[in-house]
Structures are given as C-alpha cells and as structure tokens.
Write a protein that binds this ligand. Structure first.
Ligand code: F6P
Length: 365
C-alpha cells in the first residue's frame, strides 16, 4: 500500500452525461482503495448531491462490471450549480446561492479532495469552489470535445461512432430514394462531431459553426452532383452551424442552466431551404441524445481510465486546481483555469478540412 496523506475523497459527475463516465468512477474507486487505502464517496446527481449532502459510499464491488455502461452510476445534473441553485416557488424559478451548503458538506464529510468529472460548466463551478477553499481536481469529459487545455475529451469518440453509424444508415436510404439526406449532430458551438463523423461517413457537405454557410453554394454543390448522375447527397450539419450573417437556431432556453441555450432545428430549416432552392427531395434527421448514450468505445474506455487514474494521483499528490489532460498522446495535468472560459473550436487550418476539400467535400462556403 502506498502512503497518502489524503484519506478520504469525494467524486461527482456533473453536466451532460457521456460514455466513459463510469470508467473514471471505476478506476478512481478501485485504485484509491487498493493502492492507497483511501475512502471514496460519490455525490449523487453532480453538484446537487454536494449541496444536499446526498452521497453513497463507494466500495470496490460497487464499481465492478460498469466499464461498458453508458451514463453514470452516480447520476448527473446540468442545472445544479451551487452558486445559482434552482428553486421553484410556485411557478417561479429562483436561483439561490447555496455554495455555503456545498462547502459545509465537503467539510462535514472530512474530505481531503473532491474529483469533479465534467466539462466547461462543471469545471467553472469547481474553480469557484477552489477559490472558496475546497481542494478539487478535475477530469475532462464531453461529447463536444470543446474543452480547452486538453487535446481530446472522453465521450467524443463514442459520439462520433454513433453519428457515423447513423450517416451510414442514411446513405442507403438516400441512395434508394435519390434524396438529399441531412443529419444534424450535436456539439454546441464547436463542429468537432460534425467534422469527424462527416468525413468518416463520406458526407458530401459538412457544415460547422466555425465556417458560416452560404445557401447558394450548398444548392450549387447539390445540383452539380445531380447533373453528373449522383442522385443522392448527404449533408452533415452541426447544431451550432449558421448561415453567413445569420443566427444560431435555438430549440429552447433552460433558465436554470449555466449555458441556458439549447440548440436544435437548423437541419430542418436547411432541408426546407434546399427543397425550395433546388427542387430536390430532402429529409432531415436530428440525431440528438443518441450521441450521448450507449457503451463507450474501447478508445474512450482507455482514455477515461487513464484520466481517472491521473486525477487520483493528482489528488494524492496535492495538485489541487488542476485537471487531467491529454497532450500529444501523453496524459498529464494542466491548471483548470487553462480549460475554462474559452471553448476549443475547430481551427480553420485543421488538416481534416484540407483533406476533405481535396476529395470534393463542401463546407458550404
Ligand atoms: O454538451 C453536450 C450536449 O449534448 C451538447 O452537444 C448539446 O447541445 C447539449 O449537451 C444538450 O443538452 P441537454 O442534454 O440539456 O438537452
């Protein structure tokens, strides 16, 4: 058994779920107990559990057989921010500062460190709690892959596999019916999922938030394909894509959430525009939360496991205020401040874009 001053840690999974969260929980619990004799508790539903002091003790047997499970055995919430905690009074939603409760519960449980597994929102809250005196280390997750400070987040590859599988399925029906098929994928303000699945799925047009599209260019590309006898086309569009000079398509506003905007619907709008401009029969599919579900890919299981172990070592080593990260294939730690505030979007000189253009893929510009 290795020596550790850290005797008890808490973990929580917050924000939108993604495949791989259980792999992180599993490695932290197993390694904490077997390597260091550390006690681990898991807060329920992200920061909600910290505010309400709802947790479960995690033993090795509690995390057995979960490596292949999607979601999180701890539950999560993307609205339970201790600093803007949502409370409904009648029909009114009030946001209260419950950070004192969160801090008191951390202390009451005699925690030496909290491991917060999440994306930008979760880590921004962690950073405030750190300023308020808690010892926290972070572990980066999100299907969107939009977190700065790390080359990749776990969950992303699993989402890309789901999206690519969906594009493959749309291909065959597009071919049979000689249609334009549009698939809208998630990713918020970044086009990573659309770019990676669009190329892997052989999309003819890929539309990402980083490259505002021009409807005329899209119509021209579709008509050109039609003229040379290619009687179907596949368009992969990120939910955050927008026309040149246009706006994001917002599906709803979630008042209590840190980022209140929920995107969605740009694919259907595009389908109408394509039909009107080209006369080509067009259908749109919104892939939605399927991208967040299901078993993590082997790559994500391994990445999440490596991140989880790194986070534990950071906790034991007193590297508070840092998160696990991937830098050129190596797992390392970076300050949480490097990850928050600025989203990692697709750079316009990304080599994937150049490669796709070389084979005639249009980015709608
Ligand atoms: O951040 C992950 C994500 O799935 C985004 O891709 C998407 O825009 C958003 O969360 C959806 O949020 P919700 O689960 O609240 O609908």
């Amino acid at each position: 058994m290795k020596i550790s001053k850290v005797r008890k840690i808490g973990i929580l999974t917050a924000g939108g779920d993604c495949p791989g969260l259980n792999c992180v929980i599993r490695v932290i619990v197993k390694a904490a107990i077997s390597q260091y004799g550390i006690e681990v508790i898991g807060f329920r539903d992200g920061y909600d559990g910290l505010v309400k002091n709802e947790y479960i003790a995690l033993r090795s047997r509690d995390v057995s057989g979960i490596i292949n499970l999607g979601g999180t055995i701890l539950g999560t919430s993307n609205i339970a921010n201790p600093y803007r905690y949502p409370v409904t009074q009648g029909k009114k939603l009030i946001l209260e500062d419950r950070s004192k409760d969160a801090i008191a519960n951390y202390k009451e449980n005699s925690l030496d460190c909290l491991i917060a597994i999440g994306g930008d929102g979760t880590l921004s809250i962690a950073s405030k709690l750190i300023k308020d005196g808690l010892n926290i280390v972070g572990c980066p997750k999100t299907i969107d892959n939009d977190l700065s400070g790390t080359d990749i987040t776990f969950g992303f590859e699993s989402a890309v596999v789901t999206a690519t599988d969906a594009i493959d399925k749309l291909h065959s029906t597009a071919q049979s019916h000689h249609r334009v098929m549009i698939i809208e994928v998630m990713g918020r303000y970044a086009g990573w999922i659309a770019l990676y699945s669009g190329i892997a799925g052989g999309g003819d047009i890929i539309l990402i938030p980083e490259i505002p599209y021009d409807m005329k260019k899209i119509a021209k590309k579709l008509e050109e394909r039609h003229k040379v006898g290619k009687r179907f086309s596949i368009i992969v569009i990120a939910e955050g894509a927008k026309p040149k000079g246009g706006k994001l398509t917002v599906a709803k506003i979630v008042e209590a959430s840190t980022d209140q905007v929920r995107l969605g619907g740009v694919g259907s709008m595009l389908a109408n525009a394509v039909e009107t401009m080209t006369g080509l029969e067009t259908r749109a599919t919104i892939l939605g939360h399927l991208q967040r579900g299901g078993a993590p890919t082997p790559f994500d299981r391994n990445l999440a496991t490596r991140y989880g172990y790194e986070a534990l070592k950071m906790a034991v080593g007193g590297k508070f205020g840092c998160m696990a990260a991937l830098e050129r294939g190596r797992v390392t730690s970076v300050p949480i401040s490097k990850a928050i505030g600025k989203l990692k979007t697709v750079p316009l000189n990304h080599p994937f874009i150049e490669t796709a253009r070389a084979i005639g893929t249009s980015f709608g510009n």
